[in-house]
Design a protein around this ligand. Structure first.
Ligand code: GRF
Length: 194
């Protein structure tokens, strides 16, 4: 798992994988030791690695190799993964985005900006997308999406909260499907899944 933020998706993933026979979070990578997700990892006794320079190719490959990583999960990682890492792990890196791609994605579209764009566009439905990671922001093929309604009195904050709730169910489903198939696959989001 790779994260720059508070790590709520990490928490939901750790819960969903508890007791799983094969899938586990082997290491959490962040850009600084203060990243919330790294604190969550430490409290769950999951190893952490700080890669301060996002383009530090040697650090990426050494870390992913040392932990024998099969699947790289980005959740709130704000930098681009080096193209050489994308190439080496092509089809095995996924990201979660807090909107229904291909709308409201791309460089600079993160956090409240995404939800503000949804409200500005007067969309009536938003949600979250899990997609494969390529060399460009939010461009890889979509694997699964979960929707939430946009309410007339929503603010970026209230919409973000509703979307985050569904992210916590969508991302574990993506990972569990990948674990079952041996690699990330397109899947149907199940409301009552993990
Ligand atoms: C989530 O909204 C995710 O979709 C986006 O960044 C946020 C990360 O939240 N890419 P958290 O750190 O998992 O709480």
């Amino acid at each position: 798992m790779v994260a720059s933020g508070r790590g709520s998706n990490l928490k939901s993933l750790l819960n969903a994988l508890e007791g799983h026979p094969t899938a586990q979070v082997a290491v959490v990578i962040g850009h600084s030791a203060g990243v919330g997700a790294l604190g969550i990892a430490r409290s769950h006794l999951v190893p952490t690695v700080v890669i301060a320079e996002s383009n530090d190719l040697k650090a990426w490959l050494a870390t992913l190799g040392a932990f024998k990583i099969d699947l790289v999960v980005l959740a709130g990682y704000l930098k681009l993964v080096p193209p050489e890492v994308v190439e080496a792990y092509r089809g095995r890196i996924i990201n979660i985005h807090p909107a229904l791609l291909p709308k409201h994605g791309g460089r600079g579209m993160y956090g409240d900006r995404v939800h503000r764009a949804v409200l500005d566009a007067r969309d009536t439905i938003s949600g979250a997308t899990v997609h494969l990671v390529t060399e460009d922001y939010d461009q890889g093929s979509t694997l699964g999406q979960a929707t939430v309604p946009v309410l007339t009195d929503d603010t970026p904050e209230s919409l973000a909260k509703r979307v985050l709730g569904v992210e916590h169910r969508l991302l574990p489903q993506a990972v569990l499907h990948a674990a079952r198939e041996g690699h990330p696959v397109p899947f149907e989001f199940m409301e009552n899944g993990p």
